[in-house]
Write a protein that binds this ligand. Structure first.
Ligand SMILES: Cc1cc2nc3c(=O)[nH]c(=O)nc-3n(C[C@H](O)[C@H](O)[C@H](O)COP(=O)(O)OP(=O)(O)OC[C@H]3O[C@@H](n4cnc5c(N)ncnc54)[C@H](O)[C@@H]3O)c2cc1C
Length: 341
């Protein structure tokens, strides 16, 4: 089915249940990354995000989990699970929270707390990272729900953006789990970087949604030179996003975005897209003023959704991580000097 058909369908979906149903109706629209159709996947995610960031936020971890399971299978770590259902990926760490994995006579059990578990109360399963030793973490597939000792904490979700995607802490109490890959595999596998760039594709789509409102404003009131400056700057920023994402998708598919190259590429792509999306937000704010923020449900929600979604990025800390890679890897900034592009 074409991107156009996906978009026509996505335009009718605005909630969590609808988002999962959308993925079920369009299985071909969301191929796993790294199998030759990465740009199609990222375009589909971006296009959905341009329509509704909540729908994209529901789809992204679900598709990421399915991609991780497929990657585990390809890497020789098949996981024997009952298929189907709604998936999440819970990998964040937080101060004062620790989730530990222990062997028990009937398999692995997880006990502890995990922060930032999007939609934990609405999902069937999650891929969860947990400490399997003092310094090592592994990835586990876990059935969610009280029957498996998993409870969503009562922490109120006060966010104005992504309000329908509560992402608070979850407690695991002797929860049965199945290991996915050996210790460390979750972070070391090539797909970790690819998934991070898929998130950037969604930020790009969210910014496109805002730029459409900017363009609509310029069409309904003849822009002065300042209005044109904002429109041109937003377009250039989005062009940069599209170009780096398309280039990165090609590298993911041709095998040149594995290992340290993939990690560097993901940091670069996420930097370019996150900064561009922030720039688009600022341009749209300056060009349109407060009225759409105060009076238009769609615009106010889109702005708040993107604001929160972008905070998944580590901003200057990721710039510092990229700076460290550049310094350590004799980077030539794409022009020959040094060994890496
Ligand atoms: C809406 C939403 C949904 C999410 N859903 C999920 C999910 O389903 N699964 C999942 O795994 N994760 C999820 N996350 C978590 C996300 O992946 C990040 O882990 C989370 O945003 C925390 O970001 P962080 O690492 O910057 O936070 P932290 O590392 O806790 O940093 C918080 C702040 O402290 C600052 N800081 C950090 N270290 C230092 C230091 N040494 N000195 C001074 N300042 C410091 C940072 O710059 C930052 O501003 C979600 C996040 C959001 C916002």
């Amino acid at each position: 089915m074409s991107l156009t058909a996906l978009l026509a369908d996505a335009a009718t979906v605005h909630d969590v249940d609808g988002a999962f149903a959308l993925a079920d109706r369009h299985p071909d629209a969301f191929p796993v990354p790294g199998c030759g159709r990465t740009w199609s996947l990222w375009q589909a995610l971006a296009a959905v995000a341009a329509t509704d960031l909540t729908v994209a936020r529901v789809l992204e971890p679900h598709l990421d989990a399915l991609a991780i399971l497929a990657e585990a299978d390809r890497a020789g770590h098949p996981v024997d699970l009952a298929g189907g259902g709604r998936w999440g990926v819970f990998a964040a760490e937080g101060p004062g929270m620790r989730l530990e994995a222990h062997a028990s006579p009937d398999g692995i059990r997880l006990t502890g707390r995990k922060p930032w578990c999007s939609l934990a109360g609405s999902l069937d399963h999650a891929l969860v990272t947990a400490w399997c030793g003092p310094t090592q973490r592994s990835l586990y597939a876990v059935g969610l729900g009280r029957a498996n000792g998993v409870t969503v904490d009562g922490t109120p979700w006060l966010a104005r953006g992504l309000a329908e995607v509560p992402s608070g802490p979850v407690t695991f109490e002797q929860s049965r789990a199945v290991a996915v890959g050996p210790p460390g595999w979750y972070l070391e596998r090539p797909g970790f970087a690819w998934g991070g760039m898929g998130v950037a594709a969604i930020w790009y789509g969210g910014a496109v949604g805002l730029a459409r409102r900017l363009l609509q404003g310029a069409r309904t009131r003849e822009p002065d030179q300042v209005g044109l400056v904002h429109l041109g700057a937003a377009d250039a920023a989005l062009h940069a996003c599209r170009t780096v994402l398309a280039d990165a998708a090609g590298r993911v598919d041709d095998g040149s975005a594995d290992g340290a190259d993939g990690a560097a590429l993901a940091l670069r792509v996420r930097q370019v897209v996150a900064r561009a999306a922030e720039q688009v937000q600022t341009r749209v704010d300056h060009a349109l003023g407060p009225a759409p923020l105060a009076l238009e449900e769609d615009h106010a929600r889109r702005m708040a959704d993107l604001h929160l979604y972008l905070r998944q990025e580590h901003a200057e800390r990721d710039q510092a991580a990229l700076g460290r890679l550049v310094l350590d890897r004799a980077c030539g900034f794409g022009l020959g000097e040094g060994t890496q592009a």
